[in-house]
Design a protein around this ligand. Structure first.
Ligand code: NAP
Length: 657
């Protein structure tokens, strides 16, 4: 991620950022006509300086030494740094650390000689001249004229001040005074920076080649009361991103925002179809690879204007990073509930911040994100990624392509098999209330976490609730699954079969998604007719359908129907199911193909499923089989081999459902 930030910033610098006309293009305290306006806009447009929150540039605030290092570091396109600055007042992971380290490594800054850099000290004008001069490569210029107070300039800055004057980078302060010990305001630094940038190429340091893989980033935010705005500005600043404020056509008044008054915000949040109009639009959304979207939480959800925003553009293939501010309630499912509005985007999990979150908090979060770089864009929802061995679900979560089925595993055999699978790199475990082994599955997961085999977030656990009494009392049944598994949240819950109470049960699961106790939802044993009837009745589109699929029962008509709806298909009985595996694994065609690749029949069948876009969950209690069933990525079946297996279809179900 650190690399990404550097690249993002550098690209902005290379191509220059054209701010959308409709974006908030000026700071509240930098208006046309102000002497510094052009410079402030120049620095902002080129990602060199940004505001200080609340749409303020703070032109009269003094600039600190760390801030100046950060500005130049951005100008240098944030090159990688290896060492640490070694100043006692430079924190190891602060927003300025890399900048100060880089500047020190390149002899652009030096400390005070007492081990300190003077991180938060205001920077003096002679030091600004010296720093820019060193950055420019210490050019020599003759002294044709001089400031009246040149005698007060420190020796180390004399040449620099001459150069800055000769090149018109820093001008005097009246009465031909340079005021070397005076501090510089942010407006002055913006002006110096603009002057410096406009020098001819012979006067400025050579730029490294633009990073080819920089992503272009937009930070879009809605901030009715100003709480979300500073966070967006911090993020924009760090990412070198364009900022866009989502501004309602009809601004929200205090009365509109008052909770539980039946006012405008209450009404909109109550109505999922409400789409408050936005004033203006992002110019050329197509140029952005990554879009951060910030919003406050209203009644546990994103304000409906965010839905308007998402429906206004094509986000296919873009990465969306939601973040929200909330004084009390959690972010909950406010982000996942937005996924269906831009289903072809690569959604990263959302992040909640308390109002007043600090710049450091935002930077830590951004640093922890795994944002794809350009050319490395995440595959769209439903497309199998054979590198990561995962597929992105329409819920925004990734599911592993191969897992372990636990039907018929019980007691210690179940615990040991699940642990053996986790040790072999399996990360997807399929269980169900009906299998009677959720407790064992949960125990195995917890034990694997305890001994460091996995972290909770590495495992993807599916469970299911059963027709009849379980679906009749869905809240109780869902909670019972969670209790039996006892692993915090469940990655995915399925309805095991259609049932007269299936819609009711699914809606109960939707509530658990809102509470963050279930992450994704799905169905099992649902076919074309059942799906057509069911889907219009629910709010969250299922992320996955699990059906019987093996070479003798291929479901070639059903699979594309499901996949076209951006629902991932998962196959149960991939090896034919117990009682049928011998026949299937012994099939002559399968054996021949297996021999051609030097793999087992089981591996051929599992690979055939994967190449058809079907996630597999073979069941096994044999550690060797479990391991073998993970080794599916070093060979590829040819088109001819795929067709030969396709020809084996008998439409022969191996179970009744
Ligand atoms: P399966 O995966 O088709 O077959 C399991 C059988 O294959 C076991 O006897 C196993 O024996 C054997 N096997 C596994 N890997 C092997 C290998 N590499 N070489 C040779 N033999 C191998 O059947 P399943 O376990 O019943 O079904 C898979 C999973 O689908 C279930 O566990 C369950 O999670 C799910 N399922 C869901 C539904 C539903 O309605 N949603 C229905 C049925 C099943 P060993 O133990 O000796 O390896």
């Amino acid at each position: 991620m650190k690399k990404f930030v550097a690249f993002a910033i550098s690209l902005v610098l290379v191509i220059g950022t054209v701010f959308p006309a409709s974006a908030a293009s000026s700071f509240a305290d930098a208006a046309p006509g102000d002497w510094f306006y052009e410079a402030v806009e120049y620095c902002r447009e080129n990602g060199l300086m940004s505001g200080k929150g609340n749409s303020r540039f703070a032109p009269n605030d003094n600039m600190t030494r760390a801030e100046l290092a950060a500005v130049l570091y951005r100008h240098a396109k944030s090159p990688a740094v290896t060492a640490s600055a070694g100043f006692s007042d430079v924190e190891p992971d602060a927003w300025y650390t890399k900048a100060v380290t880089w500047a020190q490594e390149n002899s652009i800054v030096s400390g005070y000689g007492n081990g300190k850099f003077g991180t938060n000290d205001n920077i003096r004008r002679e030091d600004i001249a010296a720093i820019f001069w060193r950055y420019a490569g210490r050019p020599t210029v003759g002294r044709d004229a001089e400031f009246a107070d040149m005698a007060q300039v420190s020796g180390y800055a004399l040449e620099a001040v001459d150069w800055a004057r000769a090149k018109g980078i820093i001008s005097g302060k009246g009465n031909n005074r340079f005021d070397p010990k005076g501090y510089a305001t942010r407006a002055e630094v913006a002006t110096i920076l603009m002057n410096f940038c406009k020098l001819g190429s012979e006067d400025t340091p050579p730029s490294p080649d633009p990073a080819p893989d920089a992503s272009k980033v937009l930070v879009a935010y809605f901030s009715a009361t100003g709480t979300t705005r500073p966070l967006a500005e911090y993020a924009g600043d760090m990412l070198g991103a364009d900022l866009y404020e989502i501004t309602p056509q009809q601004p929200y008044t205090e009365d509109d925002l008052a909770y539980y008054t039946g006012g405008r915000a209450d009404q909109e949040q109550d109505d999922p179809s409400a789409r408050p109009a936005i004033s203006g639009s992002v110019e050329n959304m197509g140029q952005y690879d990554v879009v951060f979207i910030g919003y406050p939480i209203w009644h546990g959800q994103a304000p409906r204007i965010i839905s308007t925003f998402l429906e206004s553009y094509n986000f296919s293939g873009k990465t969306i990073v939601p973040f929200c501010t909330s004084h009390s309630s959690g972010g909950g499912s406010s982000d996942t509930n937005l996924h269906s509005l831009a289903p072809k985007a690569n959604w990263l999990p959302g992040q909640r911040f308390a109002g007043g979150a600090t710049r450091d908090e935002i930077e830590q979060w951004i640093d922890s994100l795994d944002i794809p770089q350009q050319g490395e864009t995440a595959l769209p929802t439903g497309t199998f990624n054979f590198e990561t061995k995962t597929v992105l679900l329409n819920s925004g979560y990734e599911i592993p392509l191969n897992g372990l089925g636990t039907y018929s595993l019980h007691g210690d055999v179940c615990v040991d098999s699940v642990k053996s699978a986790l040790k072999s790199g399996v990360r997807l475990i399929d269980t169900a209330s009906a299998y009677g082994n959720e407790e064992e599955v949960g125990q195995a997961i917890r034990e694997a976490i305890d001994v460091g085999i996995i972290r909770r977030e590495d495992a993807f656990v599916i469970t299911k609730i059963y027709p009849g009494s379980e679906m009749e009392n869905p809240e109780e049944s869902i909670q019972a699954c969670l209790d039996r598994l006892d692993i915090g949240y469940v990655d995915m819950m399925l309805l095991h079969h259609p049932d007269r109470n299936d819609v009711k049960a699914y809606k109960a699961m939707e509530k658990y998604v809102e509470q963050g106790k279930i992450r994704s939802l799905g169905l099992s044993n649902w076919y074309v007719e059942e799906l057509e009837e069911f889907l219009p009745q629910v709010n969250i589109t299922p992320a996955l359908v699990q059906n019987e699929i093996h070479p003798y029962y291929q479901e070639n008509g059903v699979i594309p129907f499901i996949q076209e709806k951006e629902i991932v298909v998962q196959g149960w009985y991939p090896l034919g199911g117990r009682g049928h595996t011998a026949e299937l694994l012994g099939d002559e065609t399968i054996k021949e193909i297996a021999a051609a690749h030097g793999v087992s029949s089981a591996q051929v069948i599992l690979r055939w499923n994967l190449q058809n876009g079907v996630v597999v969950i073979p069941g096994s209690r044999n550690p060797d089989h479990i391991k073998e069933n993970t080794e599916l990525y070093h060979f590829t079946l040819t088109e001819d081999e795929m067709n030969r297996i396709k020809a084996l279809d008998r439409n022969e179900k191996h179970d009744w459902y």
